[in-house]
Design a protein around this ligand. Structure first.
Ligand code: ZN
Length: 236
C-alpha cells in the first residue's frame, strides 16, 4: 500500500473548497477522480484511507473526491447523515419499549415524542452547514434517551439489569466522539502530523463503532428479557 502507487496527492490549499473542512489536515488529499478512480483509492495511502477502512460510512469517504464536485459531495454527506440518523432513531425504540413495558400510555407518548424528535433531528442534520450544527442536530434525541435511562435508573422503568450501563456507555462514547470531531483534536495541536492516521475523524469513527457495539450489548439482553415475560408490573 505504497503512497507512490497512487496519483499525485494534493495539499489542503489546492483541494476543492468543499473538501477543505479540516484546515489542520494539510496533505494527502486525492485529486478529483472518476468512480473507478475513487475505488482504486482503496489501494494506496491518502488522508481518507483510514476513514474508509474503519467505519460504515464507506461510500461518503470513498467517493467524496468524485469529480462531480460539491453536488456529488452533498448527496454523499446526506447519505452519511441518514446512517447516523437511523442508528439514533431506530436504535432507541427497544430501549424505550423495554423501559416502559409496564406503562403502556407513557410508552406510547414517549415513542410518539421520540419519533417527532427524530424527524426534527433528521431535518436539522440534513440542512446543517457545519460539523458543530450536525452534532447539535442529534442533541434532543440524546436528552430524551437520558430521560428514559433516568426512569430506569430510578427503578420506575424496567428492562434487563445489565443493559442500562451499556446504554450509558453508548451515549457517552458517541458524545465524546462527536466532541473530538468538532474540536479537531489532536491535529489542531500539530497541523500536518495527523494527516493520515489518528486524527479526530478517525478517533470519532473508532469511538462510534464501540458505541454501536455497546448499543448491541444493551439491546440484545433487553429483547431477551422482554421475550421471556419474566417480570411483574406494579398492577399485576
Ligand atoms: Zn466519517
Amino acid at each position: 500500500m505504497a503512497r507512490r502507487s497512487g496519483p499525485r496527492l494534493l495539499d489542503w490549499i489546492n483541494t476543492p473548497s468543499h473538501l477543505q473542512f479540516n484546515p489542520f489536515i494539510l496533505t494527502g488529499y486525492r485529486p478529483a477522480s472518476s468512480i473507478s478512480g475513487c475505488v482504486r483509492s482503496l489501494f494506496y495511502l491518502h488522508n481518507e484511507l483510514g476513514n474508509i477502512y474503519i467505519h460504515g460510512s464507506v461510500l461518503y469517504h470513498l467517493f467524496m473526491c468524485h469529480r462531480g464536485g460539491n453536488r456529488v459531495y452533498s448527496h454523499l454527506l446526506a447519505l452519511d447523515m441518514c446512517g447516523v440518523w437511523l442508528a439514533n432513531s431506530l436504535g432507541a425504540i427497544p430501549m424505550i419499549q423495554c423501559t416502559l413495558v409496564c406503562w403502556p400510555s407513557l410508552r406510547l407518548f414517549t415513542l410518539v415524542m421520540y419519533a417527532f424528535l427524530s424527524v426534527m433531528a433528521g431535518w436539522r442534520a440534513l440542512t446543517a452547514l457545519s460539523t458543530t450544527a450536525r452534532l447539535q442536530a442529534f442533541g434532543w434525541q440524546a436528552i430524551a434517551r437520558l430521560l428514559v435511562f433516568g426512569i430506569r435508573w430510578l427503578g420506575i422503568g424496567t428492562g434487563a439489569p445489565r443493559s442500562l450501563l451499556c446504554y450509558l456507555r453508548m451515549d457517552a462514547l458517541a458524545l465524546l466522539g462527536g466532541l473530538v470531531n468538532v474540536a479537531r483534536l489532536p491535529e489542531r495541536w500539530g497541523p500536518g502530523i495527523f494527516d493520515y492516521w489518528c486524527n479526530s475523524h478517525q478517533i470519532m469513527h473508532f469511538l462510534s463503532v464501540i458505541s454501536i457495539l455497546q448499543m448491541h450489548a444493551g439491546v440484545v439482553p433487553d429483547l431477551v428479557w422482554a421475550a421471556s415475560h419474566d417480570y411483574a408490573c406494579p398492577e399485576d
